[in-house]
Ligand binder design. Sequence first.
Ligand code: ZN
Length: 339
Amino acid sequence: MCGRLDYYLQAFTQLNPNKNRKVWTKQTNYCSPYKPFLLLSILDHINSGEITRNFIEPTFELTETFQRYIEVLPPMTRKASMALPMYHLKSSAFWTLKPKADNPQPHGSISSIHQFRDSFYGVELDKELFVLLQMPTSRERLREILVQTYFAPEIKQLVSEQSVINCQSSIYSDTLLKTAPRKNPQVAEIAAPYNHAEITINQQEKVRDQGFRKAIVTLYDHRCALCGIKMRTPEGRTVVDAAHIKPWSVSYNDDPTNGMALCKICHWSFDEGLMTVNSQYHVKISPDVMRDHNLPGHIMTLSDRPMFRPRESRYWPDLESFKWHQEKRYRNKSSNPYI
Ligand SMILES: [Zn+2]
């Protein structure tokens, strides 16, 4: 197996990425980072148990992890779709695309996840490579070779840190979902540092944010708890945020029962006290909204409608947290002197 690891270490240094010097800077050694970022994302999902069999599908979750790596780099004008490396890694011998029998193969290149899904079910890796990726030691050597080969010194550290954050946040999210709601809720402990690496306070914060978000967005299946909107882009972006009912700064409580998935408008409205939820889980709209016709009309239509909750009642929001919100944040009386 050792000889095979050497073979794949070598293969990972020869991914043949796009080398257009007009597009790529010295931060990525004048190469496209998409192929190494996709492989790093797959390594993270194998590490977290999100990928357990040798069949890689272009899931929303994998796309989201890929985008987190892209965000490590300075903003690019180029649109980063995971479809590009998913398709073009076919030039590597260890990567086999699994075509759909009833759909014609693309004539040109593939540039969107929709196009990819139209033509392929997913990807199979060499069986020996997949076995090596199950082993933490060989997986980390393959991760290391990707970071060392494709990124300049000033970016290497950031990419490695993102790997730690991705792996740790998945563990944190699992911990939040598997732990029964606590009577005296406190933040679940962040797992022991991944791969014995030092984890800074700043990284811990990112792990917590990303892990809480993952748990909440999964529980609510990307749907806003108050208005019900559900929108996602193929590039791994979702309309919802993971919101704390009783803010983190007050409660230090990441338990899913202190959270909801909220779209941008509902998140802002909830934080500003323009919306709340009562003890029957019904949405209440502040008189400030009801009387000011310049505010979005659709918010008014939500009044007294039941909120959307996770399927399992043990994850439903804690009514005590809503009570806190009603007392401390909700604008129960009109505060607008002009109405
Ligand atoms: Zn909403």
